[in-house]
Design a protein around this ligand. Structure first.
Ligand SMILES: Cc1cc2nc3c(=O)[nH]c(=O)nc-3n(C[C@H](O)[C@H](O)[C@H](O)COP(=O)(O)O)c2cc1C
Ligand SMILES: O=C(O)C(=O)c1ccccc1
Length: 388
């Protein structure tokens, strides 16, 4: 049984003896504090999105159009928020989304390791990005026994793709998340005006420079010529020709479950099922890739219906426990957050990530307690109404 409401009362009210928590409780305040902490170009990279950021904002606002129907006397005094994913039972339906450059949200630039330790400490699975400042093996070790999934940007080099997948499997990651919405980078005016992509400065390329196949493509080792390594990365990262026909090959690389990230269309969800993958990840990359799209939460229900028995992970715009509850009611198996924990890390390191996770879980749990939903299964779609 998970009663995070007790955690909230026990830790914050008793432990802090009536004082206010150091780390902000509201997302807007957390973001403001993160902006103060971070170098401006990193802040704008993390906080920014595609185009005029209309879709990024719409992702967040769209949650307000859904409301949960409260039900009384349903026996929700004790809740069970556990979910089953790929044969594992997790106590909570929350995950840390892959955030390349999470390393840079911390001054020491080891944010991947710090996030992994936080994930382990709160018992929340982490999805480790292809773009990390520490190699995937070290991040897996920092996760201890906690579930890690590896997010793959499949480069336009099959041998390198295979090497990354095999390394992830050997390191103990338990699923591969293939991101399909970033085969080409989006139009991001903030990055074009105030800074460039951190990767182009040679940052967060540890998984490439540590890779034997990547190294074999270079005349000189990255330690001696990082500029050449960075240029090689820039030439192999984009893979816009990847197609559904490549999925059988990707599927053949590993016995781990594969999820496809960036699915918003039910037709694509059906194609994913046909392609033999094990999970679907409904997301629009937090509005960072293509502006002018639908809010991701508005795509979720149809994707869930098309996904059949496959688990569906959701992210994009989740800022509160109320949002987590709504995504679960729309059928998500688990819900992930990106920027919220990046800001937590920037403000207070490992404790900041843990704080963000605990606050999300506490609010999720309390809403379910008050509104009478003792389990995730009890949160049926009919529990949500459109706000008129
Ligand atoms: C700074 C930043 C870097 C990201 N890098 C990756 C990445 O390397 N791989 C990936 O699949 N998604 C990446 N994402 C997208 C997240 O996984 C997730 O889809 C998104 O952040 C969810 O939206 P939210 O930030 O509104 O929670 C990144 C997001 C941010 C903010
Ligand atoms: O910033 C991102 O969202 C992201 O995923 C990415 C991936 C590769 C290069 C640059 C950005």
């Amino acid at each position: 049984m998970s009663n995070y409401g007790d955690w909230q009362l026990g830790t914050y009210l008793a432990g802090l003896e009536g004082t206010r928590p150091e780390i902000p409780m509201h997302f807007a305040e957390l973001a403001r504090r993160a902006e103060e902490q971070m170098p401006p170009e990193i802040w704008s990279y993390v906080a920014g999105g595609a185009g005029d950021e209309h879709t990024q904002d719409a992702n967040v606002r769209a949650f307000q159009r859904y409301g949960l129907m409260p039900r009384m006397l349903t026996g929700a005094g004790e809740r069970d928020l556990s979910v089953e994913v790929f044969g594992e039972r997790w106590p909570h339906p929350l995950m840390l989304a892959p955030v390349g450059v999470i390393a840079l949200c911390e001054a020491e630039r080891h944010g991947d390791l710090t996030t992994a330790r936080a994930a382990d400490s709160v018992g929340i699975p982490m999805i480790a990005s292809t773009l990390m400042e520490d190699p995937l093996e070290d991040v897996a070790a920092a996760l201890g026994g906690t579930t890690g999934w590896f997010q793959l940007y499949p480069p336009n080099d099959r041998e390198l793709t295979e090497s990354l997948v095999r390394r992830a499997e050997a390191a103990g990651y338990r699923a591969i998340v293939v991101t399909l919405d970033t085969l080409t980078l989006g139009w991001r005016p903030r990055d074009l005006s105030i800074a460039s992509f951190p990767q182009l400065g040679g940052l967060c390329l540890a998984n490439y420079v540590s890779d034997p196949v990547f190294r074999s493509r270079l005349a000189v080792p990255p330690e001696e010529d990082m500029t050449a390594a960075t240029m090689l990365w820039a030439s192999i990262f984009g893979n816009p020709r990847l197609s559904w026909d490549d999925l059988a090959w990707l599927r053949s690389l590993t016995s781990l479950p594969i999820l496809l990230k960036g699915i918003c269309s039910p037709d694509d969800a059906r194609r994913a099922v046909d392609a033999g993958v094990q999970g679907i990840y409904c997301s629009n990359h937090g509005g960072r890739q293509a502006n002018g799209g639908l809010p991701a939460i508005d795509c979720l229900a149809d994707v869930v219906d098309a996904a059949g028995d496959l688990p569906v992970v959701f992210d994009s715009g989740v800022r509160s426990g109320a949002d987590v509850v709504k995504a679960l009611a729309l059928g998500a198996t688990t819900v992930a957050v990106g920027r919220p924990y990046a800001y937590g890390l920037a403000v207070a390191g490992q404790a900041g990530v843990e704080h963000v996770v605990r606050c999300l879980l506490a609010e999720t749990d309390l809403i379910m307690a008050i509104d009478g939903y003792p389990t995730i299964a009890s949160l049926e779609r009919s529990a949500l109404r459109e706000v008129r």
